[in-house]
Design a protein around this ligand. Sequence first.
Ligand code: PEP
Ligand code: MG
Length: 325
Amino acid sequence: ALKKLEGLREKNTTTSDGRRITLSANIEFTNELPMVQQSGAEGVGLFRTEFYLLEGGEMPDEQQQTEVYTEVAEATSPHQAIIRTLDAGGDKIPAEPLSHPEPNPFLGWRGIRVSLTRTALFKEQLRAILRASTHGKLGIMFPMISGLREVRTAKDLLKQCMDELHRENVPFDEKIETGVMIEIPSAAMMANEIAREVDFFSIGTNDLIQYTVAVDRVNHYVAHLYKPTHPAVIRLMDITVKAAKDNGIWTGVCGEMASDLMLTPLLVGLGIDELSVGSHMLPSIKKAVRSLSSAECTEAMQDILSASSSPDIHRVSSEMAQRCY
Ligand code: PEP
Ligand code: MG
C-alpha cells in the first residue's frame, strides 16, 4: 500500500471535480524536514516552535533562531512554511517557572498571552522569522488568539520589528503572510472582524474542541466527551470558513482532525483550503481528497450543519469516506 501511495508524491491534491487543496505538514523539529519533502507536502502548515525554543535550558537567541527558520524556509521553498510563534503553557512546556503553579493551565498564561507580556522575547522571535524570510516563503502565525485586540497588538509589535530592520538595513519579505490560529471559540465567533486583520486562518481543532466542550484534551476521565464532530465545533468551524471567504483570506486546519480520514469529506465540504498533517499521514490524506467530489461534500453540509448530534455528523462524513476510498 505504501508503494502505491508513493506514486502520489508528485501529484496535486485536487478533488475529483477539480478543487485544489493545499496539503502541508506539521513539524516540531527541523530533523523532520527530509520526511516532509519525501511525503510530497506542499509546504509546512505548522511549525510548533515551542519544542525547539524550550527544549534546552536557555532559549536560542535571535541569530540562532534566524538560522533555524532559514533552514525551514530553504527546505520548504518554493512552498510556504508557516512559523507559529511560541505556544508555551497549557499541557506544553511552561515558558518560565511561575511562583505559583497555575490552577487551570489550559485557561492560563499560554500562547500569545505569554508573548504579549514577554515582548522582548516575542520580538526576538519575530525579528528572526523576518530575517529568515528572504530565504524562501515564510508565514507568521499567532497561537491562542481570543479576540481582536490581541491580533492588533501582535501586529503592532511585528510592525515595530519591521521598522527596526528597515533602520538596520536588514532585508526581509515585506509581503510576508500573517495569520492566526482559530482555536478558541471567542475567536471563531469574531472571525469576521479578525479576518480583516490577517492573511489566513488556521483552525486548531485540538484546542477548539477542548475549549468548546470544556473538556481537558489530556484528561482521560472526560475523553469520551471530546468529540471532533460535536455540532457546536462544526458550526464554529463553518463560521470561521465563511468569515474567511467573505474577507478574501484562506483557511487551513492544522489540528489532529485534519488527519482523520473519516472526516476528510467534512473538511472538504466546509470549504477548507489547506490541511496540515503529520507527514506520515500525508499520502493517505492526499489519496482521500483526490477521490472525493467537492460538490458532493458541499451538498452533504446541509445535513451536517443541521444535525444535532455528533454521531449523526460522523456518520454522514464517514459513509462518504467509505464509499469513496
Ligand atoms: C491545535 O490546537 O489544534 C493545534 C494545532 O495546536 P497545538 O496542538 O499545538 O495546541
Ligand atoms: Mg492549539
